[in-house]
Design a protein around this ligand. Structure first.
Ligand code: UDP
Ligand code: MG
Length: 313
């Protein structure tokens, strides 16, 4: 039996937080009754600098029942960092964590299945959205396009998985070794690489309140999802430069042929050659600089070089 912490990031969630707290509490009781988790498993609410009464409600919940715990971030750090804060705090006491949005759009019944998977030896269990009917069409389409783009750029992520996931203590401890600021957890967890599996997550509508993910927050997340993991965009400058230089050779041949046959206007030949050749060389040079910047970027992240799964010493 494990002591489980359910971590919920909360930003201006006064409309939904109490309902969710009750549902999670019932779930904890049920799972404790089924012998899956200990009696002192808990829900950890992370108040992400809300401007409404979210923190007051969390304090009230904690007063009535200490199995509701909370941390109050001094500033709106954002969804990813709020989850990180919650996991790092929870793991001091818990054996494993599940992260889930406080609006409980994810299927909370999947949590019991995640714990079963852990019992079978999986350290990470991803909730994978089986149906996104509850999401607006535009959100669904952009999400799919984004997953495809990530894949093309070599970012390893789990398709249709957001941040509803189970992690054992050792995974969270390994995660703590990542010091990066541009957090994109969906990209980091697969990098850690312990044995993982997925469970189905049927998405439902938000019970109350509105989405807290503004367009700009979503774009920032998407940008992090690519730039924090892939150097392909910057390296592609080099290839483009090379292509330009190659094209300029073809243009050169054409220009010389036109000069010989006398069809070329005065000044046209030198102009054509400068545009293509100089353009190509400039791109190529920027590409080389990019190559070094790409390497500097990988170095400054100081990511762990490896994660040990088991030791026989
Ligand atoms: N959230 C947060 N900080 C933010 C924005 C959102 O902690 O700056 C939380 C929010 O309270 C919710 C979760 O992140 O628990 C996901 O947000 P939301 O449900 O609004 O996003 P959506 O499901 O619409 O993508
Ligand atoms: Mg939501």
């Amino acid at each position: 039996m494990i002591r489980l912490a359910i971590v919920c990031p909360c930003y201006n969630e006064e409309a939904v937080i109490e309902k969710s707290a009750i549902r999670l509490r019932v779930l904890l009781d049920q799972m404790a009754h089924d012998g899956k988790i200990t009696d002192d498993s808990f829900v950890l609410m992370v108040n992400d600098g809300s401007r409404d009464h979210t923190w007051d409600i969390i304090k009230q919940l904690h007063k009535t029942d200490t199995r509701y715990k909370g941390i109050d971030l001094a500033h709106n750090a954002g969804h990813q960092k709020a989850i990180m804060a919650g996991m790092m705090t929870a793991i001091k006491e818990a054996d494993a964590v599940v992260t889930i949005d406080v609006d409980l759009q994810d299927d909370i019944n999947a949590i019991a299945k995640m714990i079963d998977a852990y019992a079978e030896g999986y350290d990470v269990v991803y909730g994978v959205k089986v149906s996104r009917q509850a999401d607006p069409a535009l959100k669904r389409m952009t999400a799919v396009a984004f997953y495809k783009l990530q894949k093309a750029l070599g970012v390893e992520t789990v398709y249709n998985h957001a941040d509803f996931r189970f992690m054992s203590r050792r995974v969270v401890e390994e995660l703590a070794r990542y010091g990066e600021r541009n957090l994109y957890l969906r990209g980091i967890i697969p990098l850690i690489g312990f044995k993982s599996t997925t469970v189905d997550d049927a998405i439902s509508e938000r019970e109350a309140g509105e989405s807290k993910y503004t367009l700009s927050k979503m774009l920032t997340l998407a940008l992090n999802g690519i730039t924090s993991f892939s150097v392909k965009p910057i390296y592609s400058i080099l290839t483009t430069g090379l292509i330009f230089v190659l094209v300029s050779i073809g243009i050169g041949i054409y220009v010389i042929a036109s000069l010989i046959s006398g069809t070329a206007e005065h000044g046209w030949a030198s102009l054509m050659l400068s545009i293509w050749f100089t353009g190509g060389i400039i791109l190529f040079a920027i590409g080389i600089v990019g190559l070094y910047i790409g390497r500097i970027y990988i170095e400054v992240k100081q990511r762990p070089l490896y994660h040990i799964r088991e030791e026989l010493l």
